[in-house]
Design a protein. Sequence first.
Length: 314
Amino acid sequence: MDLTQHVKETALSLGFDVVGITHAGPIDDGHRQRLGRWLEDGHVAEMRYMVRNLDKRVDPGRLLKRARSVVCVVLNYNPPKSGVVDSSPVPVGRIADFAIYEDYHDFMRGRLRRLANAIRRAVAPKACAFRVCVDSVPLAERAIAQRAGLGFLGLNHCLIHPRLGCRILLGGLVTTVNLTPDWPMEQPCLGCEKCYRACPTGALGRDGSFDAGKCVSYLTIEFKGEISPDLAARIGDRLFGCDACIRCCPHQANTPPASNPDFHFHPSGRKISLHDILKWTQGDFDRTFSGSAVHRIGLSQLQRNARICLGNAK
């Protein structure tokens, strides 16, 4: 078995659903121009970190000296069908599907480090280096994953895998090891515009634009201030994140549920009493969301979101 195949089989054995490999060069001009227009149009909202280290974001080779390859991985987070009718006698808030699992950042980083160690053992005694990338590292991960053959970009700005749909989490391992790259996936989006019509705040444009400042996921997770009344009224009962543009995607139909038993699913987090959240102490919050992506926003921001959801429930 050659090294590239060994890397792929090891990644799959660690619980990733799909793996692809690409070179460590810059993303193509089309992706770079779209990113540039997005920044110039001011649609980045207050995510100033997107502007910092832009040279590294568009060129993974700048993240690691002498980088040759990027191993891209996908983790499916499609929840199992519960068969339970959604009903509650009290107002509840919805949490985005990815956050019903344990925090994927730590989960994926740990397994990517194990993958790096496996590659290191395979190429010994040759020197090699690695950089693990899961969200916090500046990397145009969707463009890189598309180049590695892991999917195509949809109008909803998600990477869409033909078999797994768009409920997928992305990670990358930049390395100095030279691996055989896969072919990019060139499949186009269907252009059905279902995601455009489903977006509750108009964050998605028919022309492919995306205004992060209007996105419910940005507003409930990233944005720290007071949300304008107009946008708050469109958030509905979304307490943390939004799945509207994902659930309506035709590519999401008939996709398999997440199959990694180590990626722990917490169905009790699907809907939580909004009144209870407003009464919580810090200890209550920590006990409920420790080890979850929700824990990252803190109690005060979650309570802000809960007040908005309650106002919309009246």
